[in-house]
Design a protein around this ligand. Sequence first.
Ligand SMILES: C[S@@+](CC[C@H](N)C(=O)[O-])C[C@H]1O[C@@H](n2cnc3c(N)ncnc32)[C@H](O)[C@@H]1O
Length: 213
Amino acid sequence: MCAGQHTTAGLRTTSSRPISCQVRGIGLELSNHCVLIKSRTEFWDLGHKLFRSSAASFPATFIPADLLDEAQISPGPPSSDTPDLANLSSLNQLRGHVTVIHASALFHLFSDEKQRALALALGSLLAPVSGASIFGWSTGLMEAGFIEFETSVSHPRQFCHSPSSWEALWNGVVFPKGSVKVEARVRGFDHDVGVRLKSGLPPTRLDWIVRRI
Ligand SMILES: C[S@@+](CC[C@H](N)C(=O)[O-])C[C@H]1O[C@@H](n2cnc3c(N)ncnc32)[C@H](O)[C@@H]1O
């Protein structure tokens, strides 16, 4: 359950004004405001309970949405109007208005094709300004392919990108080639995550950031 997972991310706007925010879903930053997207509303409420926070002490806008539902978000040109976060009718209204996106432990939940669709959808939210970034981590491999967990996990078979397949996806498919800088590296987890692959090895992760040039 992801309400319990707590990432603190330093988000920085394109004007270089840093803000710090607790990210408990998929984090977006626009106009120095933090927006969180999660698929399940009840987890958001549980997150408040777990971290003893409230809408007042943690003033982020929460949007329950399925990022893979084309009716809720689909790739396309930037929306011309400045989004009114209090009255969003579709995530498409955020297209081209988000300066930082944090998407950790998300992509590996989906197939290769869905990861591509998700990348295209999230990529279309990113503001067309230099420095606008999307970052996070996913399970990863030096060569793209599948991992299978021996331990019981919610997604026992995962498609993992490699640094080069991740670079190829963002630099050339999601964004025109040469318009972004992609940094991605595979490394071990800092701590024992308590799960093992069928190979007996622990999983490895791909840490990544994609920045508009
Ligand atoms: C494993 S949790 C990671 C949470 C957080 N990013 C972190 O690093 O602690 C995966 C998150 O992705 C969200 N999620 C999964 N599928 C989603 C979808 N189709 N649309 C929107 N959010 C989704 C879940 O609600 C959950 O918050």
